[in-house]
Design a protein around this ligand. Structure first.
Ligand code: SF4
Ligand code: SF4
Length: 194
């Protein structure tokens, strides 16, 4: 009986090796299809992230830190800050994704995150970003942001100048009247008491 089983154990691999049947998954070269609802490593659209830090504030495990990276829009994300996630602490609850006001963070399909050191599983925005602006696009957007800021500053200055001029014009007749009264040049009002 035992002898028969041993022979079977040797012949079965030989038989299956000649047939094209899947005997095991060839991970990591071939990854199985994951369901759409899989909560894997986060994906960040850095082109629309506004750097508000809501994701970091709502994370129950405090695993998100806002760090600087220069691949977003300076028009939307003035401080150029994006989330960095510590997967040593993340429990994949998805709260950060639910609370993001611009829906630029989502749970992805990547699940492999093994590393040799603790730092290897802290993923920077550079790793998480699936969409980002190029250096040239960032430079163009920065120039646009500067132009808009300069326009706003000029408009504010002009409004302040106009306001000051109007105030000055309103004060001038009052001053002139007061000076005339002082010098005895003021005429009594017609029909007024003598
Ligand atoms: S990912 Fe969303 S919640 Fe987090 S900083 Fe960016 S915009 Fe804010
Ligand atoms: S999935 Fe949950 S634990 Fe992980 S970073 Fe987001 S809020 Fe924090």
């Amino acid at each position: 009986m035992l002898k028969r089983k041993m022979i079977k154990n040797f012949t079965w691999p030989l038989k299956t090796a000649t047939r094209e049947i899947e005997v095991t998954r060839l991970y990591p070269e071939f990854m199985m299809n994951l369901p759409a609802a899989e909560r894997g490593i986060h994906e960040l659209d850095a082109t629309i992230c506004i750097g508000c830090g809501t994701c970091a504030r709502v994370c129950p495990n405090s695993c998100i830190e806002m760090v600087n990276f220069k691949f977003g829009s300076p028009l939307k994300n003035k401080k150029m800050q994006f989330p960095q996630i510590d997967y040593g602490r993340c429990m994949f609850c998805g709260l950060c994704v639910d609370e993001c006001p611009v829906e630029c963070l989502k749970m992805g399909q990547k699940v492999t995150m093994a590393g040799w050191t603790r730092e290897d599983i802290i993923k920077s925005p550079d790793f998480l970003a699936t969409k980002r602006f190029s250096a040239k696009e960032v430079a163009d957007l920065e120039a646009e942001a500067k132009r808009i800021a300069a326009e706003k500053a000029a408009a504010k200055k002009a409004a302040a100048k106009e306001g000051a001029a109007k105030e000055g014009a309103a004060k001038k007749p009052a001053k002139e009247g007061a000076a005339a009264i002082k010098n005895g040049e003021a005429k009594p009002k017609e029909g007024g008491a003598a």
